[in-house]
Every structure is written in structure tokens, then in C-alpha cells.
Ligand binder design. Sequence first.
Ligand SMILES: Nc1ncnc2c1ncn2[C@@H]1O[C@H](COP(=O)(O)OP(=O)(O)O)[C@@H](O)[C@H]1O
Ligand SMILES: [Mg+2]
Length: 301
Amino acid sequence: MSRLTRTKQKASNQQDVYDHPFFRSLIRRSHRYLSAGYPIHYTGPSGIGKTTLALHVAKSRNRPVTLINGNRDMSNEDLIGAFKGYNRKKLNDNFVKQVHKVEENVTEDWVEGRLYEAVKNGHTVVYDEFTRSSPDTNNLFLSVIEEKILPLYGAKRKQSHIEVHPHFSIIFTSNPSEYVGVYETQDALLDRMISLPFETIGNETRAEILMQQTSIGKGEAGKIVDFIGNVNALCREGSQTVSLRASLMMADVIMKNDIPVDGENEEFQQLALDVCYFHLKLCSEREEDVESHILNVCKQV
Ligand SMILES: Nc1ncnc2c1ncn2[C@@H]1O[C@H](COP(=O)(O)OP(=O)(O)O)[C@@H](O)[C@H]1O
Ligand SMILES: [Mg+2]
């Protein structure tokens, strides 16, 4: 987890992509809901751009940004804080040479957890992949959203809770394919946020991201996006598909090595196999012949 400070905007490619009508509308709605006090939730397959957008929206709220990565091992202590270490003061009084008087005073230091700090100071929190954390941990977020308090369970503090700062807001991200065996807390949380799916991101937007990110030409970007789309069409319904990240890797390697976007070209075929083979094996029903399926899709490029 890290605290993000505002950095100079990159000569922003990303910005141009976000000028696309799909993103412009999504960003406008995101700000609208956050300002009205509702948490928002970007949901969609891996590599589609959820985390990038969440951070972009969070940074443009002009509040400090805290990034929390959901994981099984995250504890309440990480989020709330804990007394850690010892502060020891020792006073050695030997005013009279023969008499030693030692006074020792030991105190523990309170170390603020990430959510504690964010809630207290009104940060914008990006809680990435929240479904990966345990239900106990996510219970804290229910109190923060619902009651606008952060309970200080087990923190050995006199206070039972702290109030949520009025400027505090939170953006969740998650991947629906990881909802298998979701816990009730997750459902209760989902019920309290506005979920904005990324599935509807079109091929034109994907191609635009490739162009902005790798400077690849429009025609070639379109071909790569179509190629990945055709490979994904071979996946089982509802399975994890080959991601936007994979198209970006392809476009990047193509640009850096002058590989022609041509399905008959051997180097292109090899790259296509390297990027897609493993994914397709996992997501398709076709356990065998994955290679020839990819090469067939290449023929359409
Ligand atoms: N708007 C964008 N402009 C340029 N690159 C982007 C944009 N959105 C996502 N990317 C790139 O696509 C890849 C996947 O994005 P990421 O936000 O990590 O996806 P997710 O969180 O959905 O898995 C990253 O390499 C990221 O840099
Ligand atoms: Mg992500």
C-alpha cells in the first residue's frame, strides 16, 4: 500500500484516451457519484484498464490518494493501525555518587493504519481488487460506507471509533471472474456501491489505447484488437479472456522490432503464439490443437 502524491501529468497519452466518448461519459458519471457521496466500483476482466482509470479519477479529485491492494493477508491492523515498538525513557540520577536511582518509562507508539489515515484526513481511496481480501477485513469498509465511522476493533485505544472525514471517498475495483465463492460481506458491500462495468469498452477504444500507448498506426492497432477479439471468441463463455494488456504487449513488441502486422509473417505468428497460447489453453474447451487454432486466427490478419 502506498500513499500517492500528485505527480506532474505525463505528456499524457492516457489523457487522450480518456477524451474518447466512452471514457468521457464514464469519468463524468464517476465524479458525479463520488461527489454525491457514493462509492463507485469498476468491474471487468483483468487488463482492461480498471486500476489505471481508478487512479486517474482519484488523482483528479484534488485530495490525497491512498491505494489499497486487496489481498488475503491484509489485516484489520494494517488498515486501522496498532501500537508498535517501545519508547523507553531512562533517567539515571546519580547526584550522590553512591546512590543510583534509575527511572524507566516505557510507552508504545501508535502507528496509523492506511484506512485510518485516509478516513481521518479525507483521502480518496482506491481499493484495488477488493474481493481478494477476507470478509472480516472488508467489514470495516461496510462501517465506513454505511455508518460513516471507522471502528477501532482490537486497537487497544480508548476511543471506540473515528468519524469519517466529509471529503473521504472510495473507488473499488474487482474482476467478476474472481467472485467465485464470494462472501456475504462482499455482497453487502456491492449493494452499497455503484458498479460501473467495463465490458462495454469497444474495439475502437481499445485500438485507441494501443495507439496512444505504443504509437502504433491506426490500421495496425485495429488489426491487433480484432485478432485478440477473434482469439477470445474461442474461449468458453464467462472465462478469463486474453486482455487489453496482451494486445498492448503485442503492439509494443511489434513496434520495437519492426514486425509486420501480417498473419502470414512468421515473426508475427510466433509473437501471436507466445502472447496467446497459454491464455487460450486455459480459457478454451479445446485442450489440444491450441497452436493451430491461433495460427488459423492469424490467417484473418
Ligand atoms: N487509458 C489508458 N491509456 C493507456 N494505457 C492504458 C490505459 N488504461 C490501461 N492502460 C494500460 O493497460 C494495461 C492494463 O491496465 P490496468 O489498469 O492495469 O488494468 P486492470 O486494472 O483492469 O487489470 C496497463 O499496462 C495500463 O498501463
Ligand atoms: Mg488492476
